[in-house]
Design a protein around this ligand. Structure first.
Ligand SMILES: [Ca+2]
Ligand SMILES: [Ca+2]
Length: 260
């Protein structure tokens, strides 16, 4: 079809604006229920950058060097350090979840789930053989049985990115290491909701010996692409691009291209 130039310009513009508005906002959208960069560096409060106000409290965990600037350090079963986040409706992730974080292991954990743990509901984190564990209680499967474990073990003394996802509708759990799908399993059912606090850096028994940075928790199963995007640009990098920025940048670019 041959449209007059002005109409072609307008069509291109409408198409482009539609595409820009539909682009995912990687770090912060309505599905992001907890977002930690650990850049405060002092005090005992961890600021949540999500809209849900899920601030954490340092329980002997210390500010230190992270993957991107500041992070937290944890001293294993000796110091029993962790972060505690009070229960809230936004952390009851019945329909699905994604937990993403960078971890640096000094030594293997002594049991499962030293990443993020809401005991009796869900946990994602390193376990005793340095593999990554996703564990849940669902309406169909109990805490001990609803498990997906990575095939690979995490390297020690190195920053690695880990993620666990679950989609209640598909009933499918996935574990990623450095953005690559490591393991996948059918679980089924809605995730249990409860009144337990959320911990970072510990399970019911074991404590993380190492460091943590860049934690995002979401109430849906993120795609591999979304996980990789946040890994590559970081939380602050993703937050610096808002939909309005994208729109005005594209608008300006288009106007100059089309000489409007
Ligand atoms: Ca950081
Ligand atoms: Ca609750």
């Amino acid at each position: 079809m041959h449209y007059p130039l002005q109409i072609r310009k307008i069509l291109i513009l409408i198409l482009t604006i539609t595409c820009v508005v539909c682009l995912p906002i990687y770090a912060q959208d309505q599905h992001t229920v907890l977002l930690y960069t650990f850049e405060t560096g002092s005090g005992t409060t961890v600021n949540d950058l999500s809209d849900y106000g899920n601030d954490g409290e340092l329980m002997a965990a210390e500010w230190g060097v992270g993957k991107i600037r500041g992070g937290l350090t944890f001293g294993g079963n000796g110091s029993r350090a962790f972060v505690q986040i009070e229960d809230s409706d936004s952390l009851d992730l019945d329909e699905g979840l994604t937990v993403e974080m960078w971890v640096y292991l000094n030594s293997a954990s002594t049991a499962g789930g030293t990443g993020a743990t809401k005991e009796g509901a869900y946990k994602v984190g390193p376990r005793n053989d340095q593999r990554v564990l996703l564990r849940m209680t669902t309406s169909s499967v109990g805490w001990g049985s609803a498990v997906v474990i990575s095939n690979q073990a995490l390297a020690l003394n190195k920053w690695v990115h880990i993620a666990g996802t679950y989609d209640a509708e598909a009933g499918d759990g996935k574990v990623y290491i450095d953005g690559e799908l490591e393991s996948e399993g059918s679980i089924g059912g809605d995730i249990n909701t409860n009144d337990a606090v959320l911990w970072l850096g510990r399970g019911a028994g074991p404590f993380l010996d190492g460091r943590m940075d860049e934690v995002r928790i979401s109430n849906i199963a993120r795609t591999q692409k979304e996980i990789q995007q946040l890994m590559s640009v970081g939380i602050e990098g993703a937050l610096s691009v808002t939909p309005n920025d994208k729109l005005s940048t594209t608008w300006g670019h288009l106007k100059s291209r089309l000489k409007m």
